[in-house]
Ligand binder design. Structure first.
Ligand SMILES: *Cc1c(COP(=O)(O)O)cnc(C)c1O
Length: 499
């Protein structure tokens, strides 16, 4: 029995606390062995000492773990079972737009003719792909009211960086290099001030009012002759449409500045309103949020940048050009801010966005926004106001996300978010936006059923009761890894295992 007990403990450990490959390995274990090719061996011998400089060469074998093929397979399969995705359960992670991604887009993006295209192929051999990119950029122009779109930037943050660099170059060409301040709302995503600072601007914070809105008065109080532009998110991170946006655009333009639209979350505006019509000059979109690409855990992404006519020459290269029936990548654009990404773009994401837009059409996209807003508002209406307060919004309806504050303070939002994990669904974003105390930011997206929204709201209401009764101290209990020490997880930070 004693022996069996030990074995059992090992099985439990193997499932709940998956060891690293380096811990599983034993010397001399082998997986698949690639037969040696004499021709390659001879070629390598002829190049010996020429390909890799001596100083960079390893003196012995790399200390890699030695394992059987089956061990490796089981390891990764077990890890995959600890994973959570939108295909496992509801994933209302506010601001991330974790919607269901249609399988047909997946099939198109991973079809061998698309997947196997090599970035070094000549333009003439990838005409189909280039045509898709060109058409996608035209569709994004129509959706946003921009003149041209560049697709190469690989994330929202990179799109922002490209956009503010474009503003900088444009102003320099106008002889206004002295304009070096960018206004950013205090409710903005942290990438906004970071992008502006990286592009060499001074960041001027514009406070939002007690309703969470940026008013024309607060913008005017920050505009100076050195204002280069303003970055604005609409709807803002509180899910509120900024009612003063057109007046704000006007004021910034009158001061000789430009307007940047953070369009990471376009899910409430598709088919309803266009940043171009609100006076924005540069825009980025997160295709991996609004236009359906699975991206939990940090990637992959595509953050294309769009520009109004006055700024189109500054877009990053390469651009897809069409002449007659031929498409080509154009790198020779003298005013461009240059190249920001290796090769062309995250093409699989562009393909998914293209098929998603084609699949839905203009009416379908409009419907996406209606349903996304309806879903968020419905969920909000089901929450118990004893436990959750809705931060003020000046009477303006919420758009695609429901932001609530957990009453009572004392880390309640964090405790509820941890406890949610035991229910087989994902938690909302917590403690963001920073302007809301004990914030839960719930973004159900348009792809959840009304039953799923009912269940989620009922769960949140039940959890508040448990929180109040002091029952949420050690959750989660049923996940592969229980409550973790968050301070210890990042300090000291151990990112490398030595063996
Ligand atoms: C997600 C997000 C970003 C950043 O996008 P990444 O692709 O993560 O770099 C910027 N702004 C807003 C409002 C966002 O929600």
């Amino acid at each position: 029995m004693g022996q069996a007990g030990k074995g059992e403990a090992r099985y439990r450990q193997a499932f709940w606390d998956e060891p690293l490959l380096s811990e599983l390995g034993r010397k001399g274990r082998l997986g698949f062995i690639v037969p040696e090719d004499p021709k390659i061996k001879a070629w390598a011998a002829s190049k010996a000492g020429k390909l890799i400089p001596q100083a960079l060469r390893r003196s012995g074998d790399a200390p890699l773990p030695e394992l059987s093929e089956l061990q490796v397979l089981r390891h990764f399969n077990r890890l995959s079972q600890m994973n959570f995705s939108v295909e496992t359960g509801m994933y209302p992670l506010g601001s991330c737009t974790m919607k269901y991604n249609p399988k047909v887009s997946e099939a198109i993006a991973s079809s061998p003719r698309m997947r196997d295209a090599h970035p070094l192929q000549h333009d003439s051999t990838v005409q189909g792909l280039l045509q898709v990119f060109h058409e996608l950029s035209e569709m994004l122009c129509e959706i946003t009211g921009m003149k041209r779109f560049a697709l190469s930037t690989a994330a929202g943050a990179q799109g922002e960086f490209a956009g503010v660099l474009m503003i900088r170059r444009y102003l320099r060409d106008q002889g206004r290099a002295d304009k070096n301040e960018i206004l950013v709302a205090d409710s903005a995503h942290g990438t906004n001030p970071a992008s502006a600072a990286m592009a060499g601007f001074e960041v001027v914070k514009v406070p939002s009012n007690e309703s969470g809105l940026v008013t024309i008065e607060s913008v005017k109080s920050k505009v100076t002759p050195r204002t280069a532009g303003m970055m604005l998110t609409v709807p803002n991170t509180l899910g509120l449409f900024e009612p003063d946006v057109s007046e704000i655009s006007k004021a910034v333009h009158e001061a000789g500045g430009l307007m940047y639209y953070d369009g990471a979350n376009m899910n409430a505006l598709l088919g309803k309103a266009r940043p171009g019509d609100m006076g924005f000059d540069v825009v980025h979109l997160n295709l991996h949020k609004t236009f359906a690409t699975p991206h939990g855990g940090g990637g992959p992404g595509a953050g294309p940048v769009g520009a109004a006519a006055s700024l189109q020459d500054y877009l990053p290269v390469p651009m897809v050009e069409k002449s007659g029936d031929e498409y080509r990548l154009d790198y020779a654009r003298p005013r461009s801010v240059g190249r920001l990404k290796g090769f062309y773009a995250n093409s699989a994401i562009l393909l998914r966005a293209y098929s998603y837009i084609r699949l839905l059409g203009a009416d379908g996209l409009d419907n996406v926004s209606s349903l996304a807003v309806l879903g968020a508002e419905y969920l909000l209406s089901k929450l118990d106001t004893q436990g959750y307060s809705i931060p003020v919004g000046g009477g303006i309806r919420r758009k695609h996300e429901a932001i609530v504050s957990v009453k009572g303070g004392h880390g309640g939002a964090g405790k509820i978010a941890k406890a949610i994990l035991d229910y087989g669904v994902h938690s909302p974003t917590v403690y963001f936006p920073l302007t809301v105390e004990e914030a839960l930011m719930i973004e159900p997206t348009e792809t959840e059923t009304v039953e799923a929204l009912d269940d989620y709201a009922a769960m949140l209401n039940g959890l508040f009761k448990k929180l109040k009764a002091g029952e949420l101290e050690d959750e989660p209990k049923n996940t592969s890894i229980g409550k973790i020490d968050e301070v210890k997880a990042s300090h000291p930070l151990t990112l490398r295992v030595k063996w």
